[in-house]
Each structure stands twice: as C-alpha cells, then as structure tokens.
Design a protein around this ligand. Structure first.
Ligand SMILES: Nc1ncnc2c1ncn2[C@@H]1O[C@H](COP(=O)(O)OP(=O)(O)OP(=O)(O)O)[C@@H](O)[C@H]1O
Length: 452
C-alpha cells in the first residue's frame, strides 16, 4: 500500500468541500475537481494513486471516467459514489472495474475505511522540537515508554503539544509501521462518539446505511489516541473500560466480538485525578489508562523551547506559503517572544508566528511584526482590514478574549484573500483542515458571519 495521492471528482460544491475536509483531516494527499472532464485533464498531467468519483455528473460522468481509466490507467483503483436510487449503476460499475461504491449519504468513517484499503495516509512528520532541559528529559522518558506497550496518559495545558508527543511515542514504538488513529473526544457529539469508537453494523440505527468499523478496529495493530478523554461522558467511559479490559470490541448492532491488538494513549488538559476523586471521571478507567503518566509543562515553564519552536514554526509556515528565503528574528523580536507568558502555549506561539508572516515585508522579523494583543492588530497600518473584519472584531471584543479575536481577524482576512476556499486558507495558515473547520465552527457559534 502506498502513501499516495487521491483525485476526488464531485460536482456538488459543498459535498466536495466536506469530503475534501474529511480526507485532508485524515492526512490523505488529495486534489479535487468538479467534473469527469476536469479529472481527465488532471490525470494527463499528474499521477494519482486512487480516484473517488460521483457517478451522476454533467458530461461524460463517473462511468465515462471509469471507461477512460480502464483504457489509460487500468491499475488505478476507482471508488464510485452514488445516490441510493442508482445502486444498480454501481453494481454495473463494479463489473466494469470500479473497486467499490459508496451509497450516499455515507458517514465520513465509511469513506475513510474504504480509502484505507488502498492508500496509507501521509506520515505526520511533526517531531517535537525541544531544547529546554525539562522538555529534553520528558522526551527521553517518552522514548523509553514508547518501547513498551503500556497505556500512556499525557497531561498538560491546552496547546502545550500533547498530540505531538503522542505521535512521537507511536513513531518510536514497535507499532510505528501500523496505523496511528486519533479521536478527539471533545469534538465529536456525544451521541456519535460511541459509534465512532466502536463501529456499527448496517441498520444499527437510523442513518447506518453501511456497516462501519470503529476507531479501535481502524487502529488494529497500531495505536489509538483518545484526545481530551476527560470530556467523555460516564456511561461511555464504562463501555470503554470494558473494551480495554476484555481487549475486544463489539460493533453497535453487531453480534460478534472482535479481538483487538491496540495500544491506547490518552490526553487531558484537566486534572483527571481530582475528577476521579470527585466522581466526574471513573476511577477504574483512570487507573487503567494512567499506567504511565507524562506531563508537558506550560511553555513559560520551559523558556529555552520558545525560540527553537518559533524558528521551527516560522520555517513550517514560510515553506507552506512558498517563501524562498526563510527570515530570522531580529533581537527585538526574540526579546518580545521570550518575555511573553504564553497562556495559550505553543498554539498561541504558532498564531503569533503566522501573524508575523502575514505582516512581514522583507528582511528579518522585527518586534513590530510580533503581534500579541488584539489591539495591536487593529492599529497596525500594514493590515488591510476589510469592513466585515472590523465589524467581527468589534463583536469579538465583547467576548473579552483577545487571543481569539486576533485569530478570528486572521482567519477572516485569509478567507477573503482565498475567496472562501477552506483548503487554501488551511494551507496558507499552516493549520490542518480539521483545525480550521473547528475554529470556524467556534466563530459561527460566537455569531461571526463567515464568508461563503
Ligand atoms: N514540541 C513541539 N514541536 C513542534 N510543534 C509543536 C510542539 N508542541 C506543539 N507544537 C505545535 O503546536 C500546536 C499545538 O500542539 P498540540 O495539538 O499537540 O497541543 P495539545 O496540547 O494536544 O492541544 P489541546 O489540548 O488543545 O488539544 C500544533 O500545531 C503542534 O504542531
């Protein structure tokens, strides 16, 4: 199986964006087009490792594209998506050479499960950048723990790098070649979390059109990260405990137990021990996942990490935005970075660096381009504030969260620059589509109008 590139063909704009989000979040390299004709043009100039296409589109449509692939790229697996009423077409398509079909509507996991049979997601290359003594000690401990099969509980404040550390443990473990699957327990609606974790059989509940393996099964042989486990409700915690004890899972609506070989890592930015003491988290589950605890201190407690991290983030974002020369920080800028308290930890530092690159006009980065407070963004002449952005920022002031306000201004500006393309915005800001979608959902919740 290769770490290849996907071509997504779908004429419905919003469905295409949603599918693209799902694939990018799962770390698949993916290019999207709106018609079979555009797909054929792409296929002539770029090489792909899999095609996912809608059947019914204007022009030659999905079947025409399948026909083209059969003649010119017979090895290329093609997955078709079809409306429920046209399953006969899909069955014919499989006879003609498509590898499988998905009946719309389908859950994101169903798509990912199909794709994972043919392609591996891109390996996430993020290695923790560390320089402070405390962080070096933590990393060397993590390396030792990685070699074992123990469950690890990673604690630390929000944005401190817990997920980065979890990936590091997986990549340094004997399971490194097997899947690393992460699930954010706080980001998935409560009623969906159980199905997402344990999977379900066809017809298990309304909307379960196809059987779907859960995250545990997807992580088979590898590592499962339960991000923000403190947010899981008590009833589900009991079910999770049973799965961990029995080392087997039963899909919702299923009748058979599936043996599991999965290492479990979990993260929390809350004090799980006192949650367990107060009955807000199951004590027995706490002890089961907390075999080896690791704690990332907040960024201000490991000051020697700040500048190496800032340089690393600068390199990452400058490269993503295609800059040929990577600037450095002037003395004044470094001083500003070192004297801030970083309540939002590395994520806040990441935002500040992205902002600096937006304001950057050449040479090295100066203290003027290190914008930490929202007011500074509003006063900086270099930032071309659009009317809608100003209005949104004023609304945000009422929320009393300056850090978020700065972030929102940047997202709105970049959305305008990229004419609404979520994919380009995520690329430009150097964040994953998942993060962007999450941030935009929060902005909508706060009443901010997001341009279409
Ligand atoms: N040591 C590090 N080296 C490189 N990048 C880092 C490091 N720590 C954090 N980051 C980056 O900072 C951002 C936040 O990190 P991460 O998502 O791991 O934090 P977290 O503690 O899991 O946050 P949350 O509690 O909000 O889920 C990511 O973009 C990540 O790549």
């Amino acid at each position: 199986m290769s770490e290849g590139k996907l071509l997504l063909v779908e004429d419905d704009h919003s469905l295409r964006e949603a599918l693209l989000d799902t694939l990018l979040i799962a770390h698949y390299d993916c290019v999207d087009v709106a018609s079979a004709e555009d797909a054929i043009v792409k296929l002539k100039h770029e090489s792909f490792d899999m095609v996912i296409s809608d059947v019914q589109m204007e022009g030659v449509g999905g079947l025409g594209l399948l026909n083209y692939l059969q003649q010119h790229h017979p090895q290329l697996p093609m997955l078709l998506m079809t409306a429920y009423a046209t399953i006969d077409n899909a069955v014919n398509a499989i006879k003609l050479g498509a590898v499988d079909y998905l009946a719309k509507p389908f859950a994101p996991e169903v798509l990912l499960n199909q794709v994972s049979r043919y392609l591996k997601p891109k390996l996430c290359q993020t290695q923790p950048v560390v320089a402070d003594e405390k962080s070096l000690a933590l990393l060397s401990l993590a390396q030792k723990v990685a070699a074992s099969d123990a469950s690890v509980m990673i604690m630390g404040p929000s944005g401190s790098g817990k997920e980065v550390l979890a990936r590091f443990i997986h990549q340094n473990s004997p399971r490194a070649e097997q899947p690393f699957v992460a699930i954010n327990c706080a980001a998935i609606p409560e009623n969906m979390l159980e199905a997402t974790l344990f999977g379900y059989e066809k017809g298990a509940f309304t909307g379960a059109y196809q059987a779907c393996p859960g995250k545990f099964e997807q992580a088979q042989g590898g590592t499962l990260l339960l991000d923000e486990i403190s947010e899981m409700e008590l009833g589900l915690q009991a079910k999770l405990l049973r799965v961990l004890q029995e080392r087997e899972v039963e899909r919702i609506g299923g009748r058979k137990n599936i043996k599991l070989d999965v290492r479990v890592l979990a993260t929390s930015n809350r004090d799980l021990k006192s949650m367990a003491a107060s009955g807000d988290f199951r004590e027995d589950l706490y002890y089961r996942i907390n075999v080896f605890p690791l704690v990332w201190p907040s960024l201000n407690q490991r000051p020697a990490d700040i500048l190496p991290l800032a340089r690393h983030l600068l390199l990452r974002h400058a490269t993503t935005s295609g800059m040929s020369e990577i600037p450095d920080f002037e003395e004044s800028a470094s001083r500003r970075l070192l004297t801030h308290r970083w309540p939002g930890n590395v994520r806040e530092l990441d935002n500040v660096i992205q902002r600096a690159l937006i304001l950057f006009t050449g040479g090295n980065i100066t203290a003027n381009e290190i914008i930490i407070d929202a007011d500074e963004v509003m006063l900086t002449q270099d930032v071309k504030c659009h009317t809608s952005t100003q209005e949104s920022s004023l609304e945000l002031d009422a929320l009393g969260d300056e850090l978020k306000a700065q972030e929102h201004v940047i997202i709105l500006e970049t959305l305008t620059q990229c004419q609404g393309s979520r994919k380009l915005v995520a690329e430009k800001l150097g964040i994953s589509a998942r993060t962007l979608r999450y941030k935009m959902a929060k902005m909508r919740d706060a009443g901010i109008q997001i341009p279409a």
